[in-house]
Design a protein around this ligand. Structure first.
Ligand SMILES: O=C(O)CCC(=O)N[C@@H](CCC(=O)O)C(=O)O
Ligand SMILES: [Zn+2]
Length: 339
């Protein structure tokens, strides 16, 4: 199956496919409960006639990595329900297809990893840096337009490899914004199995909204990256319920955060040289734990990385990243947040 099979539904539901194919799409139009406005390539604002009782100003982004298709299929299904009147818009929502060119080509990125470029001082040139500037400007304008509402950004991804927790979130680091307790309850009810707290600024898209706009913001990893038509959306049904509630401006279902496992990054393993190699198999699942003393990586002059005195688990290992980029996160468990 190809990307052409993604969304057979007409109208609003075809926005994602039109964005990927650079096909014509109306500048604006009505939808149940409000209207939509096309703000640029892969950027669609949904504006309600009347915000619902629990409305947030929500940003939903997909395809920041072009080949992570399950979130796109999930969003396409929600748009089809909205277009059909099964959902009624009750909150302003900004929908973003992160890297349409990479999605069109079926690759993670074309020139460089878009999800490392979301900082205000960005001065790199090229397709992804230009796209990062467009996306940051769209988010800035959206949150300014809806400044009376609480801010939220879910950046939806899928991971390269299997995971001991197939659905998990990365909670970006910033000293400026704390995660609200309700977020943990919503994410737990939405089938998220683990939370990974970043330990320092990461300049990802979710970090951008949290750091610069004080939004409740997460990177959501929703299973494995597979081609269009190969995703099993059944495990994402509870996430669909959360996103539908956000679109309708309703309070989402809640569950006890303790059902999720919590981790914190202890160390970021950077690739320093062409000689970098991981000392464990490429297909090692995320959150696999290694005992003290285990050799994790070798990197030419930079030497070896071994587990210290406490066990560490590995997340996002990737020996093939650009030199200077993150090759893995080394993480340890921690207790759930109290309250
Ligand atoms: O599976 C992998 O190795 C990478 C998955 C991925 O793209 N993860 C995001 C996480 C972003 C964050 O740290 O918030 C990324 O690396 O951009
Ligand atoms: Zn991703």
């Amino acid at each position: 199956m190809s990307r052409h099979d993604m969304s057979p539904s007409p109208g609003l539901a075809s926005w994602l496919e039109a964005s990927i194919e650079e096909a014509d799409f109306p500048e604006q139009g009505r939808l149940p409960g409000g209207h939509f406005r096309c703000l640029g390539h892969g950027m669609l604002a949904l504006e309600p006639d009347r915000p619902g009782p629990a409305a947030r100003a929500g940003v939903l982004s997909v395809g920041v990595h072009g080949n992570e298709t399950a979130p796109m299929e999930l969003l396409a299904a929600l748009l089809a329900r909205l277009a059909a009147g099964e959902l009624v818009l009750g909150a302003p929502v900004l929908l973003l297809l992160g890297n349409p060119e990479a999605t069109h080509q079926g690759v993670r990125y074309v020139g460089t990893n878009l999800n490392r470029l979301f900082r205000r001082e960005l001065d790199e040139q090229g397709m992804e840096p230009d796209r990062a500037r467009e996306l940051m400007a769209a988010v800035d304008a959206f949150f300014t337009r809806h400044e009376t509402l609480p801010r939220l950004h879910y950046d939806l991804h899928t991971a390269i490899r299997d995971s001991r927790y197939p659905r998990f979130v990365v909670s970006p680091y910033t000293e400026r914004t704390a995660v609200t307790a309700e977020q943990w309850r919503w994410l737990a009810a939405a089938g998220i199995q683990a939370v990974l707290h970043q330990h320092r600024h990461s300049w990802t898209f979710s970090h951008y909204s949290k750091h610069y706009h004080g939004a409740q913001a997460f990177t959501l990893e929703l299973g494995r990256a597979l081609p269009f038509g190969h995703n099993d959306l059944a495990p994402l049904a509870p996430m669909g319920v959360l996103l539908a509630a956000l679109l309708e401006g309703r309070e989402p279902p809640a569950a006890a955060p303790e059902r999720m496992a919590f981790f914190r990054v202890a160390h970021e393993l950077m690739r320093e040289s062409a000689a970098f190699r991981l000392a464990f198999p490429d297909d090692t699942p995320n959150f696999t734990a290694f005992p003290p003393g285990t050799l994790l990586a070798e990197d030419g002059q930079a030497g070896e990385t071994r587990v210290g005195e406490a066990p560490l688990a590995v997340v996002f290992p990737n020996a093939g990243v650009e030199i200077g980029a993150r090759a893995a996160l080394l993480v340890h468990p921690e207790p759930p947040p109290s309250g």
